[in-house]
Design a protein around this ligand. Structure first.
Ligand code: NAD
Length: 267
């Protein structure tokens, strides 16, 4: 029997919708299982789906996600509350289709020999200094590529390329392309300091390692979660072996979502 979980943004509209979805699915004979769901229905916005992704990130091969938005159209949350009945019937009655998107693996290593920390990001990882300019070496495939000085670096997934990465002038990458993108935040470029200045798109297996040069304390954000990392030796980013799996019940092509979100229908 299929097991489901519903996660809500926590506002009244989303909570009401969450109970309706739960009631419907239980009526259809599905089992509610918060710990080991086969499908997670996220109700709220993209932030709610990011939260759900992290809650179940240790079982991405077993849990599929679907997002309902109670605010504006989301990239991950693309169902509207009016379609709930349709969605619930689809979940209950049909073996659903799965689309898989790549995610980003981030490994933070420390100087003091502390155990490394591993994260998976659905959107991106951003690296900033706690105070002043971030100064780091950027290695690609084990070779020094550049020394970066500036506000920070953003390593994003293809599905996250429409989020923070886009605001940094990064390209939008179709999620069928297994890659990560490195985008700069306000790099210092003059006759002394030089960075490439363009976003870079790295294929699978091309690992990018960020190594501190002066400061070793960093503010590292993985999606919505920002953590302070002290005594950092390196931050390694690459396409993860794991994928995120979305349950698809109707076609809603990526480029259509990009158009709906950023261009609209016009006058
Ligand atoms: P939030 O509430 O600040 O929302 C950020 C916005 O980003 C929301 O409108 C959300 O719909 C949108 N968003 C999230 N993922 C997206 C995606 N893959 N494509 C297009 N839009 C997307 O924060 P939150 O809800 O906790 O989301 C965290 C995300 O916010 C981070 O992963 C980062 O991508 C984004 N962010 C963006 C900027 C920026 O654009 N300058 C700055 C900080 C964080």
């Amino acid at each position: 029997m299929m097991k489901f979980a519903v996660s809500s943004k926590g506002n009244p509209v989303s909570d009401t919708l969450k109970s309706r979805i739960q009631t419907y699915l239980l009526d259809f004979g599905l089992e509610c299982d918060e710990e080991e769901p086969d499908i997670v229905i996220s109700v709220g916005g993209d932030g709610t789906l990011l939260y759900a992704f992290h809650k179940y990130s240790s079982r991405l091969d077993k849990t599929a996600f679907v997002g309902v938005h109670t605010g504006h159209l989301g990239f991950y949350a693309d169902w509207v509350p009016d379609e709930i009945e349709k969605l619930v019937i689809a979940i209950a009655k049909t073996p659903f289709q799965i689309v898989e998107y790549p995610v980003l693996e981030v490994i933070v290593r420390y100087n003091d020999g502390a155990k490394e920390a591993r994260y998976l990001a659905l959107n991106e990882c951003t690296i900033k200094s706690i105070e002043g300019t971030l100064v780091t070496d950027v290695e690609i495939k084990g070779e020094l590529f550049e020394t970066f000085r500036g506000d920070g670096l953003c390593l994003s997934t293809p599905s996250g390329s429409t989020a923070y990465n886009k605001a940094l002038g990064g390209a939008i990458i179709h999620p069928s392309i297994r890659a990560i993108q490195l985008a700069e935040m306000a790099s210092i470029n003059n006759r002394v300091f030089r960075t490439v200045g363009s976003p870079l798109i790295l294929p699978e297996h091309h690992t990018c390692v960020i190594k501190p040069l002066n400061d070793v304390h960093f503010q590292v954000a993985v999606d919505h979660l920002t953590l302070l990392h002290k005594d950092v030796k390196s931050i390694q980013c690459r396409v993860a072996n794991e994928n995120v799996r979305f349950a698809r019940f109707r076609p809603f092509p990526f480029w259509k979502r990009v158009q709906d979100s950023f261009i609209g229908k016009g006058e």
